[in-house]
Design a protein around this ligand. Structure first.
Ligand code: HEM
Length: 411
């Protein structure tokens, strides 16, 4: 049978399948490499990855979880946009509609709300993992800086979304949150005005927060995440402990390959040896699928069990006592209660500046790729102390502050 006859006799469904997926389910190493190269979604990955970086105990899957939460937020957010109207006279009613009239409306809102809170927490935990494994060191310094920007964007995304239900909780949390911005010296009041489009939270603020929340910030986050991933590839994959380089007298000769690496070779990158790296297909992809299923399942379960809060409609005359910022800013609010400037601007500004500078201040190359490496005792101790202090402030603000911001016992 000639090649043409054979092709003409191939069943149509098979022809369609092959026009989309050019490679069969990979069985050989060459097919595994080829699949990673030619598939649009897979080519973000390298053909091979180092075994160490696949260990769940190393990354805890936190970076991936951050990504998947962001994807859930995009999908549920777009669906919510079909119902939501950013108007002070309609927004709250639309929330009630989601509860009562829209099929799965409340579930959709729960998923969006809990994923948003989850993303803030998980991105922060991912930052902690990167710090505590020394993964920000050369050559990953700039990816750490991009990461800090991603964390700030995540916080701002969550904060802008907080206002949209237009209930008492939203209105007063944003009133408190934006008044903290007003404490900045010289430009504080102007910044607050640009954010609110007015001197207080109202229709202009709702519209601005909406546009920031559904268009501006997600677009910047998508770009930031794309650069973050691109840098991971360019920095040679995830961090791992330095392995002793084979000496020239060793029986294994050191092979140095070009930029692309050779897929047929057992080496894909300078320094990678066959026993240390495994194919992305299926090893990394299975790990990713596992984290994806875990993240989605957790959000589904939490959304089934707990409803997103919705308080009374906005009443500008009756602030709740105390009016509290969203939980992730309660540490700031607690500090503001001691000093408006230092708590709201000075200390948080210094913390962000130090975070951005971390990889440039700590240039000791030792202790990369290991949790709590003994070479990093000082850096890790300082970091953990600051994290614990922040958490204590958040816990005090959340549970120990009653009317007029006085101390109360939650027990
Ligand atoms: C939207 C937020 C973020 C997303 C979606 C994200 C995603 C990821 C993913 C998927 C990885 C690889 C797997 C892993 O380490 O779990 C990673 C690695 C990394 N991330 Fe993030 N990340 C985010 C925020 C951050 C933040 C806040 C920082 C630190 C300030 C950071 C710094 C890094 C660094 C330095 C690496 C390389 C780690 C290594 O080589 O071991 N990322 N990120």
């Amino acid at each position: 049978m000639t090649k043409e006859t054979k092709e003409r006799r191939t069943p149509l469904p098979r022809v369609i399948w092959q026009s989309v997926f050019r490679n069969p389910i990979p069985e050989t190493d060459l097919e595994r490499s080829s699949t990673s190269f030619t598939n649009f979604f897979l080519h973000v990955h390298p053909v091979k990855v180092n075994k160490h970086t696949l260990r769940p105990s190393y990354t805890l899957g936190l970076g991936l979880m951050s990504l998947f939460l962001f994807l859930i937020l995009i999908v549920t957010g777009i669906l919510l946009m079909f119902y939501y109207v950013p108007s002070t006279t309609q927004a709250y009613d639309r929330m009630l509609d989601l509860r009562g009239a829209v099929a799965f409306g409340i579930f959709l809102r729960n998923m969006h709300r809990w994923s948003a809170h989850g993303m803030v927490a998980i991105v922060f935990l991912h930052l902690c993992r990167v710090f505590l494994t020394g993964a920000y060191k050369k050559p990953r310094e700039f990816n750490w800086v991009i990461g800090v920007v991603l964390l700030l964007l995540t916080l701002f995304m969550s904060f802008t979304g907080y206002l949209l239900p237009w209930d008492q909780l939203a209105f007063w949390a944003i009133t408190v949150g934006t008044s903290i911005a007003g404490y900045a010296p010289l430009i504080g009041k102007q910044m607050q005005f640009v954010l609110l489009g007015d001197t207080s939270v109202g229709q202009e603020a709702l519209l601005r927060f909406y546009v920031l929340h559904v268009a501006v910030l997600p677009a910047i986050l998508v770009l930031g995440i794309a650069i973050h991933f691109w840098r991971i590839r360019k920095d040679g994959g995830l961090s791992r402990p330095e392995r002793p380089r084979p000496s020239s007298t060793s029986s294994t000769p050191l092979r140095v390959l070009g930029l692309q690496g050779f897929v047929r070779s057992s080496f894909t990158k300078v320094g990678n040896t066959p026993d240390e790296s495994v194919y992305t297909w299926p090893n990394l992809l299975i790990a990713e699928l596992f984290v994806f299923i875990l993240t989605v399942s957790l959000i589904l379960v939490v959304s089934l069990l707990f409803n997103a809060p919705l308080e009374q409609p906005v009443n500008v005359m009756h602030p709740p006592n105390p009016a509290k910022a969203p939980w992730y800013f309660l540490g700031l609010q607690e500090m503001v209660s001691y000093s408006a400037f230092w708590g709201g601007i000075g200390i948080p500004g210094a913390m962000v500046a130090v975070l951005l500078a971390v990889p440039y201040l700590d240039r000791n190359p030792l202790g990369v790729g290991k949790w709590f490496a003994k070479e990093r005792l000082l850096a890790n101790t300082l970091f953990v102390t600051l994290v614990v202090l922040n958490l204590i402030f958040i816990v005090i603000g959340t549970f120990f502050r009653g009317p007029n911001w006085t101390f109360v016992s939650p027990f």
